[in-house]
Design a protein around this ligand. Structure first.
Ligand code: PGA
Length: 236
């Protein structure tokens, strides 16, 4: 089965006002969006439910994080079960900002991935090296080490629920040997890192890029052009 192009908008800790949030919704709701693209936006948790209610039904929402326990004394955390109960279909896990600023280990990310899938969520799993690691040519090793605990905890069928967001799309080969060739063939690998309307066509025409995780540009009207990248490529 063909891998459906996937564009995620990671709002991070934005917008900072409800007015701005309304403007973002208006742009998405009024845009001519390519129906062949899966569009998922990840607002801060406080906006998940209102945004889901305001957005056109073709645009789904994702949480930016969750914990691996389903309830209990874990101040500040949200559980996969709570997201499912709120009707949220996706969660981003392992974002580089979680790994670096909040010290999430790959083992914790794997535990969260397991718990999220068990609860019925789909996971946008982020992996990637730091600039220093890239400069030291350690990308392959770092990304594979980040994926290893996830590979160890997921069953083959669980990978249907996963979209992988790396800075490098060169991990299909790793999945073919570490999981299974059919999983490597079917899993969507999306590119994340400074995607804009100016570079999305070039990135989106690469063979192994099945979409994008967009940060800064997802807060701007150009996000619509990024969503429609494939359609623009097809008609050019
Ligand atoms: P960016 O963020 O597009 O602003 O680089 C991408 C991400 O970190 O999700």
């Amino acid at each position: 089965m063909a891998r459906k192009f996937f564009v995620g908008g990671n709002f991070k800790m934005n917008p900072t006002s409800r007015e701005q949030k309304k403007a973002l919704v208006k742009v998405l709701n009024e845009a001519d969006l390519d129906p062949n693209v899966e569009v998922v936006i990840a607002p801060p948790a406080i906006y998940l439910i209102p945004l889901q209610d305001l957005l056109r039904k073709e645009v789904q929402v994702a949480a930016q994080n969750c914990y691996f326990k389903s309830s209990g004394a874990f101040t500040g955390e949200i559980s996969p079960a709570q997201l499912v109960d709120a009707g949220v279909p996706y969660v981003i896990l392992g974002h580089s900002e979680r790994r670096t600023l909040f010290h999430e280990t790959s083992e914790l990310v794997a535990q969260k991935t397991r718990a999220a899938i068990d609860a019925g969520l789909r996971v946008i799993l982020c992996v990637g090296e730091t600039l220093a690691e890239r400069e030291a040519e350690r990308t392959k090793e770092v990304v594979e080490a980040q994926l290893a605990p996830v590979v160890a905890t997921l069953k083959k069928d669980d990978w249907e629920k996963v979209v992988i967001a790396p800075a490098h799309a060169d991990i299909r080969a790793f999945l073919a040997s570490a999981v299974a060739p059919e999983v490597a063939e079917s899993v969507r690998i999306i590119y994340g890192g400074s995607v804009t309307a100016a570079n999305s066509k070039e990135l989106g025409s690469q063979k192994d890029v099945d979409g994008f995780l967009v940060g800064g540009a997802s807060l701007k009207p150009e996000f619509v052009d990024i969503i429609n990248t494939k359609r623009a490529l097809a008609s050019s």
